[in-house]
Design a protein around this ligand. Structure first.
Ligand code: NAP
Ligand code: HSE
Length: 429
């Protein structure tokens, strides 16, 4: 079979973009053997062409002129590895309208503007793929959209942000929050603005995409309940260790009847649970459904070359299929309601700091009992007339726990507002 050259345009040539070029150059023979195509980067849009690049682009490949990029007839397929909602969104729209297939690593763009971008792609009759936008190297979008297309997936549980997992693993070994973040940035894991990572915004966008694909109903970024790791203190990490658990930033998407709940928040994870073993910048996604029971995918969740592997896989899929194909179609075939947050059920961990006086513990547990919330574990530490209570509560609706905490928070003996996190213990099948 004669080899066919395919011109690739990159929107962005940073950590991921330069790694895509490296992979296409260094694996060109393997790609050609597998696909019959030779993929070459012919144009890359950047802000500053004079900047030093980790893997140099070819001569005259870098440009700052988007119109020149869009009109270049040699650009046949585009990888958007630029980030940000704008101007990336407008560039992608224009390229799709110009008939160029696009693959994107941009979770914020897909989670916020996905519906409109897929409609634009469909009208133009070209493909829009987004594997690299979720969990870097892990092919979870392909698994959900192809392998599990007839499986009723009702829960997606995972660690979907590499930076925060790297930071929490580092803190578990006694490292500081600030050092861990600086190292994650130096290793190319963090977003351009790392607030997106630590605030849970990056993970929320990824969970919106995963829930959309898993449940076939549009879940936008704004639909995701989100809490980051900024409030976590070393005391919470060591309390978790005493309870036989670790702290992880967890994404949970649940289908409850005809309603959907999607959330991202730090949680205590039992050491025996598979997610507790996910270390450093790795990600893991557990897909739970009727026929499959549970499938866990684990692998590198951030990093240039790791993400580039998913970008290149999408490029190969585009050149290997023609027209829009059924996988291109927008996966939202039904419209599900959002589950009220108060009805979401989980076991919870509570950290309470109270005065060491008779009756305080009874007072706390009676408030919990009045909301039918039961205590599973309790550790008490005494120091200077104060007591720290580490409680693990049995599975209960979030609304009941929150109401009990509102009542407990105003007790005169309570010294600080209660700190509450969900706990991941059983696999929830
Ligand atoms: P990055 O290193 O900051 O690279 C961004 C690139 O885009 C740079 O080359 C930059 O140009 C260019 N760019 C940004 N704004 C531009 C504009 N307005 N006009 C022209 N060029 C512009 O980011 P990255 O880490 O490669 O991430 C890129 C995308 O991949 C993001 O959507 C990110 O969420 C996603 N992603 C990243 C990872 C990861 O581990 N890094 C993993 C999965 C997904 P200059 O170089 O001239 O500044
Ligand atoms: N900043 C992201 C993370 C990159 O740490 O997971 C991968 O999407």
């Amino acid at each position: 079979m004669a080899s066919v050259d395919v011109g690739i345009g990159l929107l962005g040539y940073g950590t991921v973009g330069s790694s895509v070029n490296r992979l296409l150059v260094e694996s060109a023979d393997e790609i050609e053997r597998a696909t019959g195509h030779r993929l070459r980067v012919v144009r890359a849009l950047v802000r500053d062409p004079a900047k030093e690049r980790p893997f140099p682009a070819g001569d005259e490949v870098l440009t700052t002129d988007f119109a020149e990029f869009r009109e270049d007839p040699n650009v046949q397929v585009v990888a958007e590895v630029m980030g940000g909602v704008q101007p990336a969104g407008d560039y992608v729209r224009e390229l799709l309208r110009a008939g160029k297939p696009v693959v994107s690593a941009n979770k914020q763009l897909i989670a916020r503007d996905g519906a409109e971008l897929f409609a634009t792609a469909s009208e133009a009759g070209v493909q829009l793929r987004f594997e690299a936008s979720v969990c870097a190297a892990i092919p979870v979008v392909k698994v959900l959209r192809e392998s599990l297309v007839v499986t009723n997936v009702h829960r997606v549980l995972g660690i979907v942000n590499g930076t925060t997992n790297f930071m929490l693993s580092h803190m578990e070994r006694g490292g500081s929050y600030a050092d861990a973040l600086a190292e994650a940035q130096a290793l190319g894991y963090a977003e351009a603005d790392p607030t997106d990572d630590v605030s849970g915004a990056d993970a929320a966008a990824k969970m919106a995409i995963l829930a959309t694909v898993a449940f076939g109903s549009r879940v936008g970024y704004e639909d995701v309940e989100r809490r980051g790791i900024e409030e976590l203190e070393p005391a919470h990490v060591s309390a978790a260790a005493q309870l036989g658990m670790v702290v992880r930033l967890i994404g949970i998407a649940t289908l409850v009847g005809d309603a959907v709940d999607v959330r991202v928040q730090p949680a205590l994870v039992d050491r025996a649970h598979p997610l507790a073993a996910v270390d450093g910048a790795f990600n893991a996604v557990m897909l739970q459904g009727d026929a499959i029971r549970e499938i866990t995918l684990e692998g590198p969740g951030a990093g240039g070359i790791e993400t580039a592997s998913a970008v290149v896989a999408d490029l190969v899929s585009v050149v290997g299929t023609s027209g829009t194909g059924f996988l291109q179609n927008d996966a939202c075939w039904r419209s599900l309601a959002k589950l009220p947050s108060s009805e979401w059920r989980s076991p919870f961990y509570v950290h309470l700091e109270v005065s060491d006086r008779p009756g305080v513990l009874a007072h706390v547990t009676s408030r919990l009992a009045s909301h039918e919330v039961s205590v599973a574990q309790l550790v008490q530490k005494l120091e200077d007339g104060a007591a720290t209570l580490e409680l693990v509560l049995h599975r209960a609706p979030y609304g009941a726990v929150a109401e009990a905490m509102r009542e407990i928070a105003v007790f005169p003996e309570v010294l600080r507002p209660p700190f509450v996190l969900p706990v991941i213990t059983e696999r929830g099948l």
